[in-house]
Design a protein around this ligand. Structure first.
Ligand SMILES: C[S@@+](CC[C@H](N)C(=O)[O-])C[C@H]1O[C@@H](n2cnc3c(N)ncnc32)[C@H](O)[C@@H]1O
Length: 207
């Protein structure tokens, strides 16, 4: 059974998964905010944003920005609770749906953090094209992932695990270039998130 279908059918395991993501995203958010300025944006959409932890931290540190967490309906419900607990319901909304269907969420910054590594190139192409369809020419896509290097045996181990677990894979920078090009994007910037485990691949539409 696909891993995210399993999570939907096993709420206790999903709760455990979301708790793990929350702890991870809290740490990564601090590191991310030390290198990336979100203040030029008006509306940030976190696609596959889980319980909203990352976006909540971004919004707390960037007061004039609005946000939206997009995830599967049962996960978006959890995000709505977290957003309310953080008194951000006025500035941050949620939407439940699938990124394999056409999206109707509008923003000038779209985040995909640790989403693409769950999927095959073909499925990633579908996600990227759906995001691309709703992006304006000035909008930015921020992909946050680890970048596979030939001597990174830890990530190669995760690559193997994620392939077994979800049919996904970790990718090298040239894999990302190829994937993005096939969905009509081009990389505009690469920013290493300290201490160096993750990278922001900033991309724009190739038009
Ligand atoms: C590995 S988690 C990453 C979550 C979050 N971005 C983070 O880094 O903590 C992948 C996320 O994609 C969501 N997801 C899986 N399939 C989805 C789909 N078809 N449409 C929307 N979201 C989906 C999951 O519910 C989960 O929140």
């Amino acid at each position: 059974m696909p891993v995210f279908d399993y999570m939907k059918q096993h709420p206790e395991d999903n709760e455990c998964f979301l708790k793990m993501l929350k702890k991870h995203s809290k740490v990564v958010a601090r590191q991310l905010l030390s290198v990336y300025d979100f203040s030029p944006f008006k509306h940030i959409v976190d696609v596959g944003g889980a319980d909203g932890t990352l976006l909540i931290e971004i919004l707390k540190s960037t007061p004039n920005v609005q946000g939206m967490v997009f995830d599967l309906p049962h996960v978006a419900e959890e995000a709505a609770k977290m957003i309310a607990e953080n008194n951000l319901s006025e500035r941050c909304k949620t939407a439940g749906g699938s990124f394999f269907d056409s999206l109707s969420v509008v923003g000038d910054c779209y985040i995909l953090k640790h989403v693409l590594h769950d999927w095959t190139d073909e499925k990633c192409g579908e996600i990227l094209r759906n995001v691309g369809k709703i992006m304006g020419p000035e909008s930015k896509l921020l992909i946050m992932e680890s970048i596979l290097a030939p001597d990174d045996y830890d990530l190669q181990m995760i690559d193997f695990m994620i392939w077994i677990e979800a049919d996904g894979k970790e990718r090298s920078i040239s894999d990302f270039e190829t994937l993005l090009k096939s969905a009509d994007f081009k990389i505009s910037r690469l920013i290493t998130i300290p201490p160096g485990k993750y990278t922001i691949i900033e991309a724009v539409l190739n038009k």
